[in-house]
Design a protein around this ligand. Structure first.
Ligand code: PGA
Length: 249
């Protein structure tokens, strides 16, 4: 059964003290529901966040990881290191990683394999740029991103994959895909997975939408049949906005 998920990607925001404050506030305002809530703080705040949230139902994810288990990769963090502090979900393929850190589909496929090998759950992000959409190529781009990084996986691996469709033109811009645009793309993604695997498998995959989700638009976007939740950037830094988005389900 696919899950409803609201995940907050803090990006490079909040030092240790600010993270503790944000998590404490979230714990005060959060009420348990069917919707799974995940936060993804920066590496330096993962340990304190996962400790503070230990007895709650809110989960913690990392924003990135390296594909190697250890070794001479200065500045990098491995899946084993994340698991050692109780973090077993990782965001991979965010458009900012692709754009600013040259993460390619081939590199992401290696990271996907490494995360799965260590029994981690992956929130895999992808999405087209504005030019792709303007030229009507959004489906080709999205299909390619999914195929290149995920279609070498056996069907059994998909229980640990959550997808996040994030049109690059809607990230941090205040511009959101319309609920119809999101639904159209999510249905296309589900069909693409069905064609490769099976309708049962594709029906079970949670597909999140990301890109300027706010309390004002969350309800309508989440009401769409193939939208199973959101990956939230800016609004996840404000507990009142983030909890309003969680409660939009
Ligand atoms: P945004 O970011 O909500 O600030 O647009 C979304 C994301 O990057 O995941």
């Amino acid at each position: 059964m696919r899950k409803q998920i609201v995940a907050g990607n803090w990006k490079m925001n909040n030092d240790y003290v600010a993270s503790e404050q944000l998590v404490s506030k979230l714990l005060e305002q959060y009420t348990e529901s069917e919707t799974e809530v995940i936060i993804a703080p920066p590496f330096t705040s993962l340990f304190c966040s996962s400790n503070l949230l230990k007895s709650s139902r809110i989960n913690v994810a990392a924003q990135n990881m390296h594909y190697a288990e250890n070794g001479a990769y200065t500045g990098e963090i491995s899946s084993g290191m994340l698991k050692s502090i109780g973090v077993d979900t990782v965001i991979l393929g965010h458009s900012e990683r692709r754009a600013y850190f040259n993460e390619t589909d081939a590199l992401l496929a290696k990271k996907v394999d490494a995360a799965l090998k260590n029994n981690m759950r992956i929130i895999f992000c992808f999405g087209e740029e504005l030019l792709d959409r303007k030229s009507g190529n959004e489906e080709v781009i999205v299909e390619g991103q999914i195929k290149n990084a995920l279609f070498h996986l056996p069907a059994s691996a998909w229980t640990n994959i959550v997808l996040a469709y994030e049109p690059v033109w809607a990230i941090g811009t205040g511009e959101t895909a319309s609920p119809e645009q999101a639904q159209h793309m999510h249905a296309f993604i589900r069909k693409t997975i069905e064609n490769k695997y099976s309708s049962d498998l594709s029906a079970d995959v949670s597909i999140l939408y990301g890109g300027s989700v706010k309390p004002a638009n969350a309800k309508e976007i989440f009401s769409k049949e193939d939208v199973d939740g959101g990956l939230i950037g800016g609004a996840a830094l404000d507990v009142t906005q983030f909890t309003a988005i969680i409660n939009a389900f």
